[in-house]
Ligand binder design. Structure first.
Ligand code: GDP
Length: 456
C-alpha cells in the first residue's frame, strides 16, 4: 500500500482556461468529497449532472458532470470521484479550496494516481512506463509502441518467462528435497536445464534488435555536421520549418547543440545541429564543442554539410564518424554555383559516404529530395520495430541480467551442484520479477514516476 492513505485530488485535464476541466479525487474520502460538494454520491459509473457548491458558505461554484467509481473497480483501485467542470481558473480554484477543507484530502503529487494503481495491482511497472510513453508520444509509431506496452506486451512476456523459470526451478528443488528417496527420478536436472537453455535463446532473440525499440521511443538521431558557415543552422531551420537555431553570417555562433524533433511519416527523428564542432580557444565554445561531439558520437546518421561555393575539397574537413552511423554528403549553397542544380548523386566509396545530395538550404532547392530520403531511412530503420518489446535501458538491463544468471546456472555441473543451479535460476526469476515490479522495486519507482505529471 502507498505510504499514506490520504485522499488525493488534482486537475487531470490540460492547463486552464479550457472548455472542460476534469478534477479527480481518489481515496477513502472520495465519496465524502462528493457528498460535501454535490450533496450526494451518484450511481456508480453513470454520469450525473450536479450543482457543485462550496460547503463553507453554500455558494454554487459551477454546474458539472459527476462520476463515481467505487473501489476496487476503479483506475486506482480506490474509491474515485470525478468532476467535469467548466475549465476556468476560478472554478478550479474554488473546487480545490472546498476539497482541501475536507478532512484527509490533499492535492496529489505528480504521478500519484498511477502510483496507487500500481500499488493496488492495477498496472505492472512496464504498463506504467507504457502509460508515460503514450502521454509523451509525438509520432504515430511511438504511440503504437507505447500502446502495445500499455497493453502488457513486454510485461506479459516477462511474466510468462518468469513462470517457465519457476517451473524449471521446481524440478531442481524437487531433486534437492528428495535426493535421498529412491523413487525420485534422477533426471530432473536435465529437463530443467533444457528449459533454461530454451528460455535463454528466447530472451537473447528479443535483445538482438540493436536497440530499435529504445530508438523508436527516443527518436533516431541525425547529426548535421560540417565546417562553420557551411549552412548547418540554415538547413536545420528549413527542415524544422521554424526558427530553432541562430543563423548568422559569422562563423561559430551556434555554440551549443541545438536539437529539434521531426515527425517523418510517423517515425521520430531527432536532428542535431553540431555547428559548434571545431577547435576553439574560447572556453565557452570548447564546452559547446565537447557537448556537440558527445551527441554526434551517438548519431545514427551524419549529414556532412559542405559549402559547394567554397574552394578546397570539403570532404577533407570531415571529422570523426560515429561507429555504425550512415553518412550522407550534402553539397550546400548550389544557388551560388553556376550551372548546378539540386540532385542526388551516386554514393562515393571514398570516406565511406553512403549518399550525396546537392542542395540549397537558403532557397530550399533539393531539400524535398533530402526529406524524402530521410523519411525512407527512418522507415527502413524502424520497419522491423513492430515486434520490438524492449523500449528502455531498464528492460534491456533486466533481460541481460536474466541471461547472465541463466548462463551461470547452465555453467554448473548437472549433478552435485543442484543448490548452485537453483540459486542462479532463482536470481534469474527475481530479475524478471523486478521488470514488472513484482519484487523489490521501491528503489526504481521514483525513477519511473518522476516523468509523470500531476493529475496522472
Ligand atoms: P553554420 O555555421 O554551418 O550553421 O552556417 P549558417 O547556417 O549560419 O550559414 C552561414 C551563412 O551561409 C549564412 O549567411 C547563411 O545565410 C548562408 N547560407 C546557408 N545556406 C545557404 C545556401 O544554400 N545558399 C546561400 N547562398 N547561402 C547560404
Amino acid at each position: 500500500m502507498p505510504p499514506s492513505r490520504a485522499t488525493i485530488f488534482a486537475l487531470s485535464s490540460g492547463r486552464p482556461p479550457a472548455a472542460i476541466a476534469v478534477v479527480r479525487v481518489s481515496g477513502p474520502q472520495a465519496g465524502a468529497a462528493l457528498t460535501a460538494l454535490i450533496g450526494r454520491v451518484p450511481e456508480a459509473r453513470k454520469a450525473a449532472l450536479a450543482r457543485v457548491g462550496d460547503p463553507a458558505n453554500g455558494e454554487v461554484i459551477d454546474e458539472a458532470l459527476a462520476l463515481w467509481f467505487p473501489g476496487p473497480h476503479s483506475e486506482t483501485g480506490e474509491d474515485v470521484a470525478e468532476l467535469q467542470l467548466h475549465g476556468g481558473q476560478a472554478v478550479i480554484a474554488g473546487v480545490f479550496a472546498a476539497l482541501g477543507r475536507i478532512e484527509g484530502c490533499r492535492p496529489a503529487e505528480a504521478g500519484e494516481f498511477t502510483r496507487r494503481a500500481f500499488h493496488n495491482g492495477k498496472l505492472d511497472l512496464t504498463k506504467v512506463e507504457g502509460l508515460a510513453d503514450l502521454i509523451a508520444a509525438e509520432t504515430e509509431a511511438q504511440r503504437r509502441l507505447a500502446f502495445r506496452q500499455l497493453q502488457g506486451l513486454i510485461g506479459g512476456r516477462a511474466e510468462e518467462w518468469r513462470r517457465e523459470l519457476i517451473e524449471a526451478l521446481a524440478l531442481i528443488e524437487a531433486r534437492i528435497d528428495f535426493s535421498d528417496e529412491a523413487d525420485v527420478p534422477e533426471n530432473l536436472v536435465e529437463p530443467a536445464l533444457f528449459a533454461a537453455q530454451q528460455l535463454r535463446s528466447k530472451i537473447a532473440a528479443r535483445l538482438a534488435d540493436s536497440g530499435r525499440g529504445e530508438r523508436l521511443r527516443e527518436g533516431l538521431v541525425v547529426a548535421i555536421a560540417g565546417p562553420p558557415n557551411a549552412g548547418k543552422s540554415t538547413l536545420l531551420n528549413r527542415l524544422a520549418k521554424r526558427e530553432a537555431a541562430i543563423v548568422s553570417p559569422y562563423p561559430g555562433t551556434t555554440r551549443d547543440v541545438i536539437e529539434i524533433h521531426l515527425d517523418l511519416n510517423g517515425y521520430p527523428l531527432t536532428l542535431l545541429d553540431t555547428a559548434g564542432i571545431r577547435d576553439s580557444s574560447d572556453p565557452v565554445e570548447q564546452e559547446g564543442v565537447r557537448r556537440a561531439r558527445e551527441r554526434a558520437a551517438a548519431a545514427d546518421l551524419v549529414l556532412w554539410l559542405t559549402d559547394a561555393s567554397a574552394t578546397g575539397a570539403a570532404a577533407e574537413e570531415m571529422g570523426q564518424t560515429p561507429a555504425g552511423a550512415e553518412q550522407w554528403m550534402l553539397r550546400n549553397k548550389i544557388d551560388l554555383v553556376a550551372g548546378s542544380g539540386p540532385s542526388t548523386e551516386p554514393p562515393s566509396a571514398k570516406h565511406g559516404i553512403n549518399r550525396s545530395f546537392a542542395i540549397s538550404a537558403r532557397s530550399g532547392a533539393g531539400v524535398d529530395l533530402l526529406v524524402s530520403a530521410l523519411s525512407d531511412f527512418a522507415g527502413n530503420y524502424f520497419g522491423t520495430t513492430e515486434t520490438a518489446i524492449v523500449t528502455r535501458a531498464r528492460h534491456r538491463r533486466a533481460f541481460e541480467d536474466t541471461i547472465a544468471a541463466l548462463d551461470r546456472a547452465l555453467g554448473h555441473c548437472t549433478s552435485g551442484q543442484e543448490e548452485l543451479i537453483a540459486e542462479d535460476l532463482r536470481s534469474a526469476a527475481t530479475t524478471l520479477g523486478r521488470l514488472t515490479g513484482r519484487v523489490d522495486v521501491e528503489d526504481i519507482l521514483d525513477v519511473i514516476f518522476r516523468d509523470f505529471c500531476i493529475g496522472k
